[in-house]
Design a protein around this ligand. Sequence first.
Ligand code: AMP
Length: 218
Amino acid sequence: MKKEFIFIGPPGSGKGTQTKILSKEYNLPHIDTGSLLREAVASGSEEGKLANSFMEKGQLVPIELVSKIIKNRLLKDDCKNGFILDGYPRSLEQAYALDEILSEIDKDNNVKPQVFYFEVAQEKLVERLVNRRSCSQCGAIYNLKTMQLKDETKCEKCGGTLTRRDDDTEEVATKRFATYFEQTEPLIKLYADRGLLTKLDASLDIDTIYKNLTGAIK
Ligand code: AMP
């Protein structure tokens, strides 16, 4: 049966780490709007430039652009058996847009997505973001505070260079939280009211969160 998963949680709550593992184990595409937008920025396209003007301020990129990116991605063949959405939708407006996209893409689709909410106290998160590094080659994510790396510039899995995202500074991270609480949190009630929400304690260690996550899959 088709599996549709949506992940909601504040920046730095560990959605990326968990969804990458889930994607491999369930053989489902991991669709992360933040990464898709960063690719557009790196390509230097007009769309990328527009997106960057919002991303560098910690604000949401306009819905028209994000909906177009998501719709094109969900139409690809590899989404036939389902998908994992990480970082989308991020506002009520986007959630309603997703309802429309899904009913358009798959007319007989009566699959209901399962929505996971990563719950974690905000105080821990700014520190996590500022210390987050990711591998420019394989995408592995590290935390310099909690993981003792021999070399803080090199990926221990593939030897690639570790980089810090431009928006993982304290200033932009603080704005990203404000955006999250204002625009994304209302989704929790929407999906809870629809009976689709599963809450996960995201303050636990990676293996325990993953166990709880897969144990809750319906
Ligand atoms: P993330 O990698 O998920 O932390 O996203 C990085 C940035 O990309 C966010 O701060 C937003 O500016 C932008 N972004 C990512 N996903 C969305 C989305 N669904 N809607 C609008 N903007 C987004």
